[in-house]
Design a protein around this ligand. Structure first.
Ligand code: FEO
Ligand code: CA
Ligand code: CA
Ligand code: CA
Length: 736
């Protein structure tokens, strides 16, 4: 899937209704000289790219000067933006929201305008970074929790405690409940009202719609979440093979809310991603959950997870897409089970009057699939709020990507033939399939086992139990494993899915490495020279046949590929969220895992003289960052570095205001590795990096340890926070 611009443009030309688009362009900015600025190309860019840790083509530094220009590099504990841009903090962890607080690890952002320069900002709070959360909790929230006592007890059993089984009067259970409760309060989503003042800054206006929907909503306050679709039939069963929470279709809370999407009718969809960190993922053939004991509470120096355990939360109620109307103060969310249960990431909508609604979503696990829901009924008015009902009936499909650039959709329904993915086709040769009759999954590693599975079960209906509706519900609950059994393509951690103005779907695949969950199809997910595994990710583009939301076939191609420029990559690693501006440029943020940030690379070969793996050189890419990529014209597929996040953070949730003057951005988990940065602590590290010609040289890099962001001081606790980025001249961030 090399980025071959000629092929890509041919592909663009062949698709329906491409439009002429600008290219991150706007009037040139004058002036230079800042250490974080590189020579601009003033004729084509609306900003001067910031200087990243690696030489990039867009730097316009001649190859003879690259070694000199990049032999020293200083990483900064701040959100670094191009000259002429600034940011304001709108809200941070611990701030008051409704009758609760601003949660931890903000991710997806959605701004819905209610009037000129005012509206609702809906914010996802994905997870808590255990170590840093515990280190800073008392200081930020103003109360202490019994972390050390519980940690000491848990240490006797590998950090794990099945609190669900403890007697209710056990004081340890009360302490675990207290910690779990506060952790779950810091997850979920929130709605805040904001408006822009005359000087261009955004402030909170605290309307009655401001509220939190937390990981534990409903538990003590009857603010249950609702559910639609066939999984409701499973939730309502009086008796099942596994654990039932006794609440029927009422659901306690939403957590691990990572990316999302905003509908044309003004609601927000919030994606429950790594729910398996808090509740058991596996289910029985009838779709009921494993006992809470299957995922005990865990606490150690790094993690505070399994927080559903003490409350007896049912695993099958998490891993869904949640719809919320920010404007309705009484709406605490609805989980639409037709959209499937898996490690959901962003959603994209194809909304065409007179056609069924299509909702796309990826499953961010190694070997996860791309899915499409198609509604039974058709859209009449795309802006009509009653469109939400379309998600209550339809069909869920999973994608098959053929190596030749074609693809098709497979229905996840009882009549679909079993035709499992062959382990020999996937990176790491691991394909998890439903384990029958025991429930849960079996890890299949040979083609012979997959063929035997196919001989044993004819259709998906043979793998799931109940009446027709209950079987459909169980398939949706177990969507990932059902999709593996049906032969959907294992992919490379699909993160964002975003719909371009021309109707094509852009999909960010974060990482092509295999792992304990599986790996991607190695015939499809390859590096520029066919290398597998390719860690650094891709952005693919999918065009439905006839641009039809209900199409059952599609074409796909590569738009951009992560990696070092000298190896044919675009200069970034691990693309995550995408956001289109009105000129058709796609803005992208990266998700290099925290453990890899600025990890030294003192050699490109090991002691045996062999090249070290891509995952071992990810440190060269520095901090997570923000990129702008034109989608048409001569610059299509090129990546321009717009910003760099503070230390140990992820830049998430980019969302443009309708006037394009503000880019809302979430800074997630600053200081996730080293916690509070104390007294400007910095380490000098060495990196073997490459010029654009592939010449290796040594870079000395100054790396702050920990973070104080958003404070600019030297002792403060780092806090996840949401910012508004704007130009100082009050012009749109990109202009045609
Ligand atoms: Fe939470 Fe897949 O990012
Ligand atoms: Ca994400
Ligand atoms: Ca997006
Ligand atoms: Ca991510």
């Amino acid at each position: 899937m090399a980025l071959k611009r000629r092929d890509f443009l041919l592909f663009l030309g062949a698709s329906a209704g491409t439009v002429a688009l600008g290219s991150c362009s706007s009037p040139a900015q004058n002036g230079s000289g800042s250490l974080t600025q590189i020579n601009p190309n003033p004729d084509t860019l609306s900003f001067k790219p910031v200087k990243g840790p690696l030489p990039l083509e867009s730097d316009r530094v001649p190859s003879t000067k690259q070694i000199e220009a990049y032999s020293r590099y200083e990483v900064v504990d701040d959100l670094v933006l191009p000259e002429g841009f600034t940011y304001d903090v709108i809200g941070a962890w611990g701030d008051k929201v409704g009758d609760s607080r601003f949660g931890y690890n903000n991710d997806y952002l959605s701004f819905i305008e209610t009037g000129q320069n005012e509206g609702y900002l809906t914010i996802n709070f994905e997870y808590i970074s255990g170590g840093t959360w515990m280190q800073t909790y008392a200081q930020v929230i103003g109360e202490s929790l019994p972390f050390e006592e519980v940690k000491a007890v848990a240490a006797k059993s590998e950090g794990k405690i099945n609190a669900f089984a403890l007697p209710d009067n056990d004081p340890l259970k009360a302490k675990i409940r207290q910690i779990s409760l506060e952790g779950l309060i810091d997850q979920g989503l929130g709605v805040i009202s904001i408006s822009k003042t005359a000087d261009g800054t955004w402030t909170r206006t605290y309307s009655t719609a401001d509220r939190r929907i937390t990981g534990i909503s409903g538990y003590e306050d009857d603010r249950y979440l609702k559910a639609t679709g066939p999984a409701v039939a499973v939730f309502q069963k009086a008796q099942g093979q596994g654990y039932q929470d006794g609440l029927g279709d009422r659901i306690i809370g939403t957590f691990q809310n990572c990316a999302g999407g905003t509908t044309p009718w003004g609601t927000v969809l919030s994606a429950e991603e790594n729910f398996q960190d808090q509740v058991p993922e596996p289910v029985y053939a009838d779709g009921t959950s494993f006992d809470p004991a299957a995922l005990p509470f865990v606490i150690n120096d790094y993690f505070v997870d399994g927080r559903g355990n003490v409350f007896g939360l049912a695993g099958n109620k998490y891993g869904w897409m949640v719809e919320v109307d920010p404007a309705d103060a009484n709406d605490y969310g609805t989980k639409h089970s037709w959209l499937g249960r898996f490690r959901h990431e962003a959603v994209a909508f194809k909304v065409v009057s007179g056609k069924p609604l299509a909702v796309y979503s990826g499953c961010d696990r190694r070997g996860g699939h791309l899915y499409k829901f198609v509604s039974k009924d058709t859209v009449s008015d795309p802006t009509d709020k009653t469109n939400s009902r379309l998600m209550a009936e339809g069909m869920l499909y999973a994608a098959v990507f053929e190596p030749d650039g074609t693809g098709r959709w497979i229905a996840l329904t009882p009549t679909t033939p079993v035709n499992p993915v062959l382990p020999s086709t996937v990176e790491g040769s691991l394909v998890p399939l439903p384990k029958r009759p025991q429930g849960g999954i079996v890890e299949v590693t040979t083609d012979a086992e997959a063929v035997a599975f196919k001989q044993q079960f004819a259709t998906l209906g043979d793998l799931y139990a109940g009446n027709d509706l209950e079987k459909q519900g169980a398939i949706l609950i177990d969507a990932h494993f059902a999709a593996n059994a049906a032969g959907a393509t294992p992919t490379a951690r699909p993160e964002d899915t975003d719909m371009a103005a021309d109707g094509s779907l852009y999909i960010a695949f974060t990482s092509g490495s295999p792992g304990g969950d599986g790996g991607p199809d190695k015939r499809v997910f390859k590096g520029p020279q066919g290398e597998t595994p390719w860690e650094y990710g891709w952005i693919l583009r999918l065009v439905e046949n006839q641009d039809d939301p209900a199409a059952m076939t599609f074409r796909w191609d590569s738009f951009a590929m992560g990696g070092e420029p000298a190896e044919g990559g675009a200069g970034f690693s691990n693309p995550d969220n995408l956001e289109f501006d009105k000129n058709g440029n796609v803005w992208m943020v990266t998700d290099i895992s925290t453990s890899k940030h600025n990890q030294p690379v003192t050699s490109r070969v090991n002691d045996q003289g062999e090249s070290i793996s891509q995952t071992d050189i990810q440190g060269i890419f520095g901090n997570n960052s923000i990129w702008c990529m034109p989608t048409s014209g001569t610059m299509a597929g090129n990546a321009y570095l717009f910003g760099i996040g503070p230390m140990e953070c992820e830049t998430t949730g980019p969302f443009f205001s309708p006037d394009q003057k503000t880019l809302f951005l979430a800074i997630q988990h600053p200081g996730e590795k080293y916690g509070i940065r104390k007294d400007n602590q910095t380490e000098t590290r060495k990196f073997v990096i490459k010029t654009l010609n592939g010449q290796q040289f040594l870079q000395e890099r100054y790396v702050p340890l920990g973070s104080n962001w958003p404070h600019q001081g030297t002792t403060e606790p780092p806090k996840p926070a949401v910012v508004a980025i704007r130009r100082l001249d009050n012009q749109p961030i990109t202009m045609a």
